[in-house]
Design a protein around this ligand. Sequence first.
Ligand SMILES: [Zn+2]
Length: 67
Amino acid sequence: MSLPETFPPGVYTPAAGTYVCDCASAHQWHIDLAGHLFPPFPAGCTGHTWQTAVNGSPAAEPTARDS
Ligand SMILES: [Zn+2]
């Protein structure tokens, strides 16, 4: 239900986490503390906003099974 929030470069990060730009290359930026500034986009990036990365990596599937 909750869409990812978007943030322009230069505003403060609301929380630690991984953020991804909205260009086709999906550049990622990780911050481990809240209260930092979102960085400018890297060279060649055509994005306009950073957004919180959706936690949906298929490789991160927990497979803790006791068999
Ligand atoms: Zn980008």
